[in-house]
Design a protein around this ligand. Structure first.
Ligand code: DGP
Length: 114
């Protein structure tokens, strides 16, 4: 989608600090980091949010989660721990309507989130 910022990152129309890529997903540093490690993991195909996924997207959703685990390990977070977040809709604070999983780590995370 031309007007989607994350599609534009996938297409290399705008730059990002990419940390991992395969045929289905892309992982890059969040421009507005909320933790020492803050990576976004996205599908290359445009999907707005989890609630827009269909049954046929199950494998992709699993792959996104496995990619979060891989990226966390790459960033040496496997032992210390980390948080995976996906905001969905207005009340969650979602601002970019291309499905993304935040991988946050490198500091203690409070609960409940704000
Ligand atoms: P969310 O609130 O869950 O929709 O998070 C969107 C995140 O995307 C937010 O943490 C900031 C990040 N972001 C927005 N625009 C860009 C961009 O152009 N490049 C990068 N790397 N991150 C972006």
């Amino acid at each position: 989608m031309d007007n989607c910022i994350f599609c534009r990152i996938v297409n290399r129309a705008i730059p990002a600090k990419i940390v991992h890529e395969d045929d289905r997903v892309l992982a890059f540093e969040d421009v507005n980091a909320q933790a020492p490690v803050h990576i976004l993991v996205i599908p290359k195909r445009h999907l707005a949010a989890v609630q827009n996924c269909q049954d046929g997207d199950q494998a992709l959703l699993g792959h996104l989660l496995m990619t979060c685990s891989k990226v966390a390990a790459m960033k040496n977070l496997a032992e210390s721990g980390y948080r995976i977040v996906t905001n969905t809709g207005a009340d969650s604070g979602q601002t970019v309507f291309h499905l993304h999983l935040h991988v946050l780590g490198g500091r203690h995370m409070a609960w409940p989130p704000g």
